[in-house]
Design a protein around this ligand. Structure first.
Ligand code: PBG
Length: 480
């Protein structure tokens, strides 16, 4: 069966990275086919016969992939190409008469000749293509010649100079591919008990913990700056922590009170996201329940379901399971649907790595000193990326609305792969360690302040829809 269209991404030419012809074209063709190429392009040249016609013929006979022959207007080559019956031919310039100064085919000069050649191939039911310059006129001429497609040649140095588009600020702005707006941010807020306190966090310069009665101060700021969502994180008093993390199910806990307060005052002017995990509440600092030194999966999920239902009931808009237990997304979704929380969104921390970048956060919520051991039996090994794809695939099947990748900057490859494979909203978490590294280096004048903007744009470039960042409340200064 013949397929239409050659996807440029999948065209493998029989050259190596240095542009040299592969010594054994058939072997090379077989290799790229094995690697998943949908088509191979073979260039028949009159000057150097690196690929012999008989080789090209055997490749054409493979018929496992589309074969595209690049040919010049030379008579012999044309008659051989006709005999080989490729899927496509692409006419490329070979000599001075055929080429323009920009490097494409000179269609105007060769119009009559091209017409006859194209007619021959059309009659043989071989699709045709021309290697042309990116000019409107040439495209019109190619249309007149009734070719099936064109390959647009973008030129090379010295005709092509990429610095031209960078010469002034206005042109740089014109060709910008990624930008940031307040809509791209989620602001994390740390909560503490007590009243009228705004407490600094020693490991996170510039970030504070707020008591409930002062939380509106920071939420006000977020709304004024146009940030769509805040994420709430409690620092639970040690006296309220225990092995089972029961404070997570107390409807008067810090998070619940904060949700009520924010929703009462601001209604739906801003979204609220809450972690679903037990680490702020357990005396051992783990995200789940522990039995015989193991974080136990299924029993933990039962608690997470109740924590989710409680937070949803308080008015939390987006539940963000950050615990990495297996199967929790499906179970939480089901419980939410059964309790009439069909519209509560689930943002799954599907790709969450056992990372050394969380240190300052664990200070901020007070779980650092209590944490026994590490989280490697549930958070992912940072050496892995295929595993992240499996996690994401499962969570999407189970009903996740959005996916979080965490930490952020060391995992841009994961963000990109998820975006490309799953086409689902992907959020990046620029975690506490990333924040504190940047902020400390800036305060010490080791790097410039603009590094923050650069780091945030990198998330957008990799495909993130939004970024959880401790810089979100200062976003206007960053965007300046
Ligand atoms: C809890 C949780 C953590 C973070 C967010 N939610 C820490 C952890 O998993 O140990 C880290 C965020 C940050 O470092 O900024 N599950």
């Amino acid at each position: 069966m013949k397929r239409l269209g050659v996807n440029i991404d999948h065209v493998a030419t029989l050259r190596n990275a240095r542009g040299e012809w592969h010594p054994d074209p058939i072997d090379a063709a077989l290799h790229v086919v094995k690697c998943g190429a949908d088509s191979v392009t073979i260039h028949l040249r009159e000057d150097r016969r690196h690929i012999k016609d008989k080789d090209a013929k055997s490749i054409c006979d493979l018929k496992k992939v589309l074969v595209n022959l690049e040919i010049s207007m030379n008579k012999d080559i044309i008659s051989n190409a006709l005999k080989m019956k490729p899927d496509y031919i692409c006419i490329v310039p070979e000599n001075r008469r055929e080429i323009t100064t920009e490097g494409g085919l000179d269609i105007k000069k060769n119009f009559g000749k091209l017409k006859t050649i194209i007619f021959k191939f059309k009659k043989a039911k071989i699709r045709t293509s021309l290697f042309i310059n990116p000019s409107l006129n040439d495209i019109k001429l190619a249309k007149l010649l009734k070719v099936d497609c064109v390959e647009i040649h973008t030129g090379k140095y010295p005709n092509l100079r990429l610095r031209r588009n960078r010469k002034e600020s206005w042109t740089r702005r014109l060709v910008q591919e990624n930008t940031l707006s307040p809509n791209d941010f989620i602001l994390p807020i740390f909560l503490i008990d007590g009243s009228n306190k705004k407490e600094s966090i020693s490991t996170m310069p510039g970030v504070f913990r707020y008591t409930i009665n002062r939380v509106s101060q920071i939420v006000d700021k977020a709304i004024k700056k146009g940030i769509p969502m805040v994420a709430l994180f409690p620092k639970t008093k040690n006296t309220l922590k225990n092995d089972l993390g029961t404070e997570s199910l107390n409807e008067n806990n810090l998070v619940c009170r904060a949700i009520l307060e924010i929703k009462k005052k601001y209604k739906n002017q801003i979204g609220i996201m809450c972690d679903v995990a037990l680490d702020p509440y357990t005396s051992h600092g783990h995200d789940g329940l522990i039995k015989s030194n193991q974080v136990i999966n299924d029993e933990t999920i039962e608690v997470l379901i109740n924590q989710s239902l409680l937070q949803a009931e308080m008015g939390c808009d987006v539940l963000a399971p950050s615990d990495m237990m297996d199967g929790r997304i499906g179970k939480i979704r089901k419980a939410l649907d059964n309790s009439n929380f069909k519209n509560t969104q689930i943002l799954s921390y599907a790709a969450k790595y056992a990372s050394s970048f969380y240190g300052p956060f664990r200070d901020a919520v007070g779980s650092k000193s209590s944490l026994k051991g590490d989280k490697k039996t549930y958070q992912m090994d940072f050496r892995n990326s295929d595993e992240a794809m499996r996690e994401v695939a499962l969570d999407i099947k189970e009903g996740a609305d959005m996916i979080m990748v965490k930490p952020g900057m060391p995992y841009l490859d994961i963000i990109k792969s998820i975006k490309e494979k799953f086409k689902i909203p992907v959020l990046a978490y620029q975690v506490s360690g990333e924040y504190s590294l940047l902020e400390t280096a800036i305060n010490k004048k080791l790097i410039q302040k603009n590094a923050v903007y650069e780091s945030l744009v990198s998330f957008k470039r990799s495909g993130a829809n939004a970024i959880v960042s401790y810089y979100a409340d200062r976003i206007d200064k960053i965007l300046e």
